[in-house]
Design a binder for this molecule. Sequence first.
Ligand code: 1CP
Length: 347
Amino acid sequence: MTTLHDSAFLKAARGETVPHTPVWFMRQAGRSLPEYLKLREGIAMLDSCADPELIVEITLQPVRRYGVDAAIFFSDIVLPLKAVGVDLDIVPGVGPVVANPVRTLADVDAIPDLTADQIPYITAAVQGLVGELAGINGGTPLIGFAGAPFTVASYLVEGGPSKEHAKTKALMFGAPEVWDALMRKISGISAAFLETQVAAGASAVQLFDSWAGALTPGDYVRHVQPHSARVLEQVGKLGVPRIHFGVGTTNLLDLMGEAGADVVGVDWRTPLDRAIPMVGDRAVQGNLDPTLVFAPTEVMTARAAEVIEAGRAARGHIFNLGHGVIPSTDPDQLARLTEFVQSYPLG
Ligand code: 1CP
């Protein structure tokens, strides 16, 4: 019998020999699953994220359906902000919307720090999940997550989703002392959110810096990396593998690794054979184009095989999509993809 510690996912994250290539999908829980849509009927997103029973059920849905090698905690990167009292909502079809965007030092100072006692439902949900997951496929690890300071700052400063992150970068370039204070505040909140999940039993963490690809390497190093590094360092003390992921980060993969990651998440734009030399002696996660699920199954699996073959050159490889599951994805395609990856012969 395998144990959690010996699971393919944790072995790959540590760079050890694996029984098969482990696979999970970013946004595996959520809108692509009919059972999720049914459960969420009439319940607002942030209300569902504060209900331990719903969190447990939604997190387990894709694990039961696909038999993936890891579960990802169902929550959102803005949940900790809501928990400390920031006035925000997740608007259907839009995403996170912040009532009073942050622009000044006073705005930053008004945001309280996060402590575990403010999020008892997170602790309860993680504990419940860890109990359930221990009995699935010989022990399925739970990945905790948080938003990285830059990506969370973008929602706080823009007031909602943004393509250009223009106001965010204007603050970064034009008011470095406000920026520094904001990034310190968020890094403390993100670290506390991750620590709470690990203390309750999560086996690994993923820091999502989804929008870091908007930055030049120089700006990343100067204005962002030290803050993400603080989050990763603090969680590193807890001894769990740390995954660091962003979108459009071809130019940043080395720097995101150096921020303190054990595993670097790679989006679909950078082939793994190019990404691996950049991340150094670290494992990689990724990176099938999420739109390939809309191609015929043989086309999808042929491309998945290329990803697996390229991944062999890394210290470890966790198979994933190059970004989140697209809501219109057919779950049966993800079931076939999971089966394909898990049964693919090891080289
Ligand atoms: O009502 C709904 O179902 C709303 C859709 C939704 C869901 C299912 C949102 C709103 N968040 C989530 C859950 C979520 N968010 C998870 C857990 C589910 C899983 O992975 O299986 C995770 C890990 C996140 C993290 C998250 N939220 C990120 C980072 C990941 C990524 O995709 O890059 C980001 C950027 C967000 C913000 C956010 N929350 C929701 C939306 C639609 C968005 C993106 C908006 C934008 O385009 O800026």
